[in-house]
Design a protein around this ligand. Sequence first.
Ligand code: GLN
Length: 493
Amino acid sequence: MKADLTISEVRKGLKTREFSAVELMQYFLSRIEQYSALNAYVTLDTEKALAAAKEADERIAAGEDLPLLGVPLAIKDLFCTKGMKTTACSKILSEFVPEYESTVTQNLLDDGAVFIGKTNMDEFAMGSSNITSCFGACFLPYRKKSAPDVPLVPGGSSGGSATAVASDLCIAATGSDTGGSVRQPAAFSGLVGIKPTYGLCSRWGMVAFASSLDQAGPLTKCVEDAAIMLRSMAGYDPKDSTSANVEIPDYASFLGQSIKGMKIGIAKEYTDGLNNENMAMFERAKSWLVDAGCELVDISLKTTPYALPAYYIIAPAEASSNLARYDGVRYSKRAEHYDNIDELYTNSRSEGFGEEVKRRILTGTYVLSAGYYDAYYTKALKIQKMIKDDFRDNAFSKVDLILTMTSPNTAFGVEESTQMSPTDMYLNDIFTVNSNIAGLPAISVPAGLSNDGLPMGVQLIGNHFRECDIFKVAHVLEVAANFFDKRQKIIKI
Ligand code: GLN
């Protein structure tokens, strides 16, 4: 069996009986065992997975045809899955088995997908390296040419999903993106990752981090798979009051369409200070778009430097409120030892949350407290408004899409990441948070390899609900980059 099958190859193979859904599932389960040291999955239920695959085979035999029928997917452990543990990789949720299915995963099931298991992630999706998971680090299947013995992170917070897709331990995976958690791991791992417009995917049944920024998105091997996955994941849901009631087009039908005449914004705020390697990659991506007939337009988004500080006020503020419910009484694991009610709360939270989560709760509580609320939180919301206006007035009134690098760096060492200061870690999101703050859709597409042989991604940011533009142009970049061939040159473990 070919390990790096795409969704359409799987669908074809299943229809022509080249392989069955059960065979496919068995194949992935054995690979997961073989590569268990990568720590991509945190919960597996092999019996359930094989039973779902068997059911898919029966439906295929009965002539059913659905976009994901029999396709084995991995699910980030922040989507509630009925009857299957959902921990958000936090000790505090280590015993949580949901009674219900998240809307996004239900949509995928309704389209025939079969779930392999739940993937590793940063605790409560807070992080850029997957090292804050209570299940331990997760590893990129690739290595630097200059340091083939140094284990690298797959990025975060959807690190397990990225590793699972990049290591061919599933066909595609779900992720979530509050400040870059789909796109940065996609860039580190040589994958495609899209964060849709805020409201396109329902947040119902997703463990909340920062509700005004959280969005689900797929991590896939190619643009077509991302288009297929997103179409299934998206859709109006009355159970999420921020869900958008919009038509979901067949995104895959836009691939291959001409992009001649499209205007692509190049914002100097995203390129000033890029290192040489990033700059060279960015120039190459620009030239591919020019070759395809796009017009490059210089734009300036002056609010760009304020997005990261605003994010690190708004996101912790919302997190401190969302995470208040985990107190050992209403929700979550209760501490074993306590003498009174205060200790019950304190011990449950102190033992249940990891360090980064505590840092965010403290920051969030501080910026929301009387006396500091206006100085920090209200100010951050004002900046958010300015950023939104800036995109509207200085970008999307002139261009269709904005091209940027996805991340200022490539994958770093697991050890190195444990020594990074929190603020150095936060800088990973410098190019990705802006679109969350403004609710805009953005994709990361693998564009090439660094001098040290690691994947690099470029990002396209679109206007609200213009995912079709994003997919169209992303596909052109994908074809020009020819990353499928380059993938063979990466040093794998
Ligand atoms: N790295 C960012 C953070 O730690 C983004 C996380 C995310 O998108 N979930 O907040």
